[in-house]
Design a binder for this molecule. Structure first.
Ligand code: FMN
Length: 190
């Protein structure tokens, strides 16, 4: 089983990355082969809305998003990890999401099949400083729809509210327990 994990916080070794590392370790301990990529290290330009991808399903922007397309298509499990910024995903994550419009075009305009033996699954990992009931709502909706464009079923995620300063996740009472449970759920549903 192959997992692709994309982390979208610009803060290195921050809460998202600590959490994601715990999840990655647990996945590897269960023989899942994984590729972890920090989106902030890549040059991913915003979607131009030019519609070129509607012709052949390919994006015309030549940047670091290009090698990600085959990795997305080749993964059995995709995890997007982003802290909440203004009730949504970070700009780095959102740029990635918007560039998945090329995959949306393949699926919905060109009616191309995504080669897969079985239903691939997608998950969102997120942290936020506050604890409002809606704090993850925008990010969850965005994740659900980008996973749909990838022909991946959004299967929920791992969410930690009330986490702000760098490393605060380590003091959270549900860390790392909830992360380990999350991985077990991924494996059960795979
Ligand atoms: C630009 C910016 C916007 C933010 N917006 C929100 C927000 O809308 N709601 C919230 O609860 N926390 C918000 N936060 C706090 C982060 O979600 C929080 O600090 C998180 O733990 C950062 O994760 P990281 O360490 O992985 O970068 C914001 C932080 C920044 C820098």
């Amino acid at each position: 089983m192959k997992a692709l994990i994309l982390t979208g916080s610009p803060r290195k070794n921050g809460n998202t990355e600590i959490l994601t590392a715990a999840v990655a370790q647990e996945l590897q301990a269960n023989n899942v082969s994984l590729r972890l990529q920090r989106l902030a290290e890549l040059n991913i330009n915003p979607c131009l809305g030019c519609g070129s991808c509607e012709k052949e399903g390919n994006c015309v922007i030549d940047d670091d998003m290009q090698p990600l397309y085959p990795r997305i298509i080749g993964a059995d499990i995709i995890i997007i990890a982003s802290p909440i910024y203004f009730y949504g995903l970070t700009a780095q994550t959102k740029a990635f999401v918007d560039r998945c419009q090329a995959l949306w075009s393949r699926k919905y305009i060109l009616k191309q099949q995504f080669p897969a033996d079985k239903q691939r699954k997608g998950y969102l990992i997120s942290v936020a400083a506050t604890r409002g009931t809606q704090v993850f709502t925008g990010a969850k909706l965005c994740a659900r729809y980008v996973f749909d464009a990838m022909d991946v079923l959004y299967d929920g995620g791992l969410f930690y509210p009330g986490v702000d300063s760098r490393g605060a996740i380590r003091k959270h009472p549900d860390f790392p327990g909830k992360a380990a449970e999350f991985v077990q759920r991924i494996l059960r549903n795979a």
